[in-house]
Design a protein around this ligand. Structure first.
Ligand code: C5P
Length: 232
């Protein structure tokens, strides 16, 4: 899998999602299905989008006791997703269990990445609410190293942390980075943001872009602009 732009399809129903994807005509953007769409439509929406030849990042951010995560990952493994994720905060034991659950009887499995810290979390929230009294960069680097030791393929992180993670975990360790905004657009609830071009310079492997594409007057043009800035 190479570098790519992943479109976060944060919609609440099948029809809106499929209508949105139909606009792209011949192009098949890499799609992220998150909690909203998955909880509304269930596993069939993953199979249906896969049947339309999109690659899929199933962003359900599992975080529970290891046995529960392992069993849930076993259920999710065969839906056709190319990348799945869990929270690194669930510990290395939970991440290892997730990996085991995801591995099919023939030894194959989709990629598994871990969320380090959500891109909506900033340093004051880390300290005052989560009671983690370390700089964000150190927390993210440590969570990424735990994920690597547990055998995962990469992490979800801010583009601001991509180079730090590659230095700590190696160039092949995937950095999948939300929190991407065009230079002139609103950050909304995202706190640690970068433009697609800056994310490319920072070494992100995949950028996850939601509202700057889904809420754009011309989503296809916004997607193409992301590809131009990030891939070219
Ligand atoms: O609309 P926006 O571009 O902010 O969407 C970003 C997407 O990436 C959302 O679907 C959000 O759930 C997801 N995400 C994130 N931060 C993470 C992991 C996933 O923003 N750490």
């Amino acid at each position: 899998m190479g570098r790519d732009v992943i479109v976060a399809c944060d919609f609440s129903d099948r029809k809106t999602t499929l209508d949105f994807l139909s606009q792209f005509k011949g192009r098949k953007p890499f799609v992220k299905i998150g909690m909203e769409l998955f909880y509304a439509e269930g596993p069939d929406i993953v199979k249906e989008i896969k049947k339309r030849d999109h690659k899929i990042f199933l962003d359900l951010k599992l975080h529970d006791i290891p046995t529960t995560v392992k069993k849930a990952m076993a259920v999710l493994s065969d839906l056709g997703a190319d990348i799945l994720n869990c929270h690194a905060a669930g510990t290395a034991e939970m991440m290892e269990a997730a990996l085991e659950g995801l591995t099919r009887p023939d030894g194959t499995r989709p990629k598994l990445i871990a969320v380090t810290q959500l891109t909506s979390t900033d340093q004051p929230a880390l300290e005052n609410e989560l009671m983690i009294h370390f700089p964000m960069n150190e927390v993210v680097e440590n969570y990424a190293l735990n994920a690597k030791r547990a055998g995962l393929d990469g992490v979800v992180c801010s583009p601001l942390e991509a180079s730090l993670i590659h230095e700590a975990c190696g160039r092949d360790f995937l950095t999948v980075t939300p929190g991407v905004r065009f230079a002139e657009s609103a950050a909304s609830d995202q706190k640690r943001v970068m433009t697609p071009e800056a994310a490319k310079t920072a070494g992100s492997d995949y950028i996850v872009v939601g509202r700057p594409i889904t809420q754009a007057a011309d989503p296809v043009a916004a997607y193409e602009r992301c590809c131009e800035e990030f891939l070219d």
